[in-house]
Write a protein that binds this ligand. Sequence first.
Ligand SMILES: C[S@@+](CC[C@H](N)C(=O)[O-])C[C@H]1O[C@@H](n2cnc3c(N)ncnc32)[C@H](O)[C@@H]1O
Length: 209
Amino acid sequence: MPTKRLLELLEMPRMGVTCAQVYNTPVPEGARLGEIDPCGCVEGLLDLIEDVNITDKDVCEVGCFLGVSTETFLQFAPRRLYAIDAWGLKNDYNDIKYLPHLNFGDIEGKFREMSRGYKNIEVIKNLSIAASHGFGDNTLDFVYIDAEHSYEGVRADIHAWLPKIRKGGCIGGHDISIGQVQNAVYSIEAFKYREVKTYKDTSWLVKLP
Ligand SMILES: C[S@@+](CC[C@H](N)C(=O)[O-])C[C@H]1O[C@@H](n2cnc3c(N)ncnc32)[C@H](O)[C@@H]1O
């Protein structure tokens, strides 16, 4: 039975506004967020969470923004959730160019307000690769990557985080609908004979041996 909070999260746009709002598109009456903005909604992410079974696991999310995906992970009681984001430390991050009214001060503030409600979260404000150096090898069960969306950036993140994942763990991320993300994921040697499972919200997942 989904919690009240999970039902609320299902109706929240992950980037603060829906694609329909960005592109000023009329929304059919009664449409659910997942129907008008599948990749901006956590609906498909729930299937990934079920496949990974994150309860009591050590989870790391790289790229959290407002925390809609982060808080969704938290509904499933991971042992520890490490939430990593640059929140403006990086001045060449341009994914939010289509969200001109937001600033990272506000975004980080909203994230920290949300995180105060949970005991099992550790918030780390840092760049992905630098943050990865703070983790020992084989210390995480699942890493979800949603930070850089360039080919080189996604490859670098995957290579930095893969050694941190325990045997039999999982790695995944968001936005495999973006060509550069998809090419990066499919270029990883360690994924060569493994299934890359994809989800309605354009998340992807690889189960490791
Ligand atoms: C698409 S948003 C994350 C959305 C979030 N995962 C969700 O689904 O609700 C990407 C985030 O990655 C962060 N980011 C981008 N490049 C980064 C890097 N190199 N290191 C850490 N965070 C980064 C940005 O600050 C931004 O908040």
